[in-house]
Write a protein that binds this ligand. Structure first.
Ligand code: C2E
Ligand code: CA
Ligand code: CA
Length: 338
């Protein structure tokens, strides 16, 4: 069975289905969408065939009424629905569909690469990249974030070891930790275990947390941070500026770095925003925190945050998040130019 045969079959089927019904004198039409796939591999599991049909069906619905789609690896859909995500996360884990991308962080003092943020990607059916903004909240809700978090940590530390062959100085690998993961009872133990499995020499592990954690239970948050600080793990407060931006948390949390949210950087040409960013940077310096500007997309953004004495930058202006192989290429190229 090939794609042409399937198309012919579906078109015939739709023709038969698209008739007008007369129900008690009311003329009615039913509309259809069809998602299909060719069995490329006889060993493909039933579950996988259904997943492919489902993905094709989503695309068919996006195209409009009475449309059909046949699965192909390059299929692009706008969004996966929450129900599908929840059902599919576990399959994704079983089939190793999760990969970590890395985005470089640059030290503005010497222009050198000083770290990478690990950003999780779901390569659904090895076909569509689902944004973490869509699946992380679902994974949080159903608890799978704990397992995913461990995968990110394991993969990132392995990759850090590889990248350390290309970078001479000490660098940071920065990992996002969601509230559910952080408050999991096993969090400290599994982190230490994963860390002990990798002998890292010039790599420093950093965890990025948000204020949401502190709101839930500040004392517990402080306790966990202090425990992990003993293992040389540093902490950055992520997305600063968007949520509570509480000075109280800033005062109490034993963090080492602050990441200014990209919405501020992207609006930095406006005077008010510029002054706010200036003040955040000054405040952080006084508190002895390293400041990272996120979402630096243009030369203007870059210049502005440099002028304000920001320590580190991260954003599309330097590089998008990249797969490991691409990152190695990026490092080589960056080193030769700087
Ligand atoms: P985040 O931690 O704030 O990560 C930064 C996001 O900004 C990333 O989106 C990154 O690709 C994007 N970004 C980087 N530079 C630029 C830029 O110059 N302009 C713009 N517009 N965007 C830029 P991404 O990878 O889609 O991740 C979205 C969010 O998903 C992350 O936001 C983080 O909250 C969450 N996330 C990603 N990976 C993980 C993970 O492994 N664990 C957890 N718990 N959350 C994760
Ligand atoms: Ca982050
Ligand atoms: Ca952020």
């Amino acid at each position: 069975c090939n794609t042409d045969n399937i198309s012919e079959f579906i078109e015939n089927l739709l023709q038969k289905l698209l008739v007008t019904y007369n129900i008690n004198g009311n003329l009615m039409k039913v509309s259809y969408n069809i998602g299909a796939t060719a069995m490329e591999n006889i060993n493909d599991s039933t579950a996988n065939v259904i997943r492919k049909c489902d993905l094709a069906l989503i695309r068919a619905k996006e195209k409009g009424l009475n449309e059909y789609e046949i699965f192909k690896p390059s299929l692009e859909v706008q969004t996966l629905k929450e129900g599908i995500i929840e059902r599919e996360l576990r399959h994704g884990l079983d089939l190793n569909e999760f990969v970590v991308f890395y985005q470089p962080i640059i030290n503005l003092k010497n222009n050198q690469i000083c770290g990478f943020e690990a950003l999780l990607r779901w390569h659904y059916l090895k076909s569509v990249f689902v944004s973490p903004l869509e699946f992380i909240p679902v994974a949080e809700k159903c608890g799978l974030i704990v397992e995913l978090g461990n995968i990110v940590l394991e993969q990132s530390l392995k990759v850090a070891k590889l990248l350390s062959r290309y970078i001479n100085d000490e660098f940071i690998i920065s990992i996002n930790i969601s509230p559910r993961q952080f408050s999991d009872r096993e969090f400290i133990r599994s982190t230490i275990q994963i860390l002990e499995n990798e002998e890292l020499e010039n790599v420093k592990l950093q965890f990025e947390i948000t204020e949401k954690l502190a709101v839930e239970n500040i004392d517990y948050t402080i306790e966990v941070i202090n425990q992990l600080r003993k293992y040389n793990i540093t902490f950055a407060l992520d997305d600063f500026g968007v949520d509570y931006s509480s000075l109280n948390y800033l005062r109490r949390l034993p963090i080492q770095a602050m990441k200014i949210d990209k919405s501020f950087i992207q609006d930095i040409e406006k005077d008010e925003t510029y002054f706010i960013v200036e003040t955040i940077i000054k405040l952080c310096k006084k508190l002895g925190l390293n400041v990272v500007a996120e979402g630096v997309e243009t030369e203007e953004h870059y210049r502005a945050v440099k002028e304000l004495g920001c320590d580190y930058v991260q954003g599309y202006f330097i590089s998008r998040p990249l797969a490991v192989e691409e990152m190695i290429e990026f490092i080589e190229k960056y080193k030769s130019q700087n």
